[in-house]
Design a protein around this ligand. Structure first.
Ligand SMILES: [Zn+2]
Length: 156
């Protein structure tokens, strides 16, 4: 059993961070910017949020099943919420696989909702930085889940 601490990263800051990356990424992929330019954008955005994102809240897994077992094991979240999130990431992963891409990992950010005063989380699928992915493939992967998130629809 892992030594799990109550999340310190605020959901508000994490979502702002992810949104800033997605907005920039959408624009940069549309205009076919290089991987180097994209990677430098990600670093610049990360720098803006550096003091608000806590490494102790980020967990990485090689399979979705491991991610799910971890989230259940935290005891923080209702299982229904977890299975909805896992299904959502599965839809991204399935579409990616159909298009010939393989996920590098799945991650969970454990977050603190200071309005509701309770823990929450955000799951994410990631691809290798070196993966060449066309804008249209990227959009299809983002749009694959039945209930796309606010971040997913940025790519529409
Ligand atoms: Zn999504």
């Amino acid at each position: 059993m892992i030594d799990l601490k109550f999340p310190k990263t605020k959901v508000y800051n994490y979502l702002k961070y992810r949104e800033a990356i997605s907005l920039n990424l959408n624009h940069m992929m549309k205009y076919e910017k290089s991987k180097e330019e994209i990677s430098s954008m990600v670093n610049v955005v990360y720098d803006c949020f550096r003091d608000k994102l806590f490494a102790q809240d980020m967990y990485y897994f090689s399979t979705l099943n491991d991610l799910e077992l971890f989230l259940i094991g935290t005891g923080f979240y209702p299982e229904e919420l977890i299975s909805k999130a896992v299904k959502h990431e599965f839809d991204h992963a399935k579409k990616a696989e159909d298009l010939g891409y393989k996920a590098r990992n799945y991650s969970a950010a454990l977050l603190y909702d200071h309005i509701l005063n309770e823990p929450t989380f955000a799951a994410q699928i990631s691809f290798d930085k070196s993966t060449e992915m066309s804008y249209s493939d990227w959009k299809q992967i983002a749009d694959a889940p039945e209930n796309p998130s606010r971040l997913d629809i940025i790519f529409r």
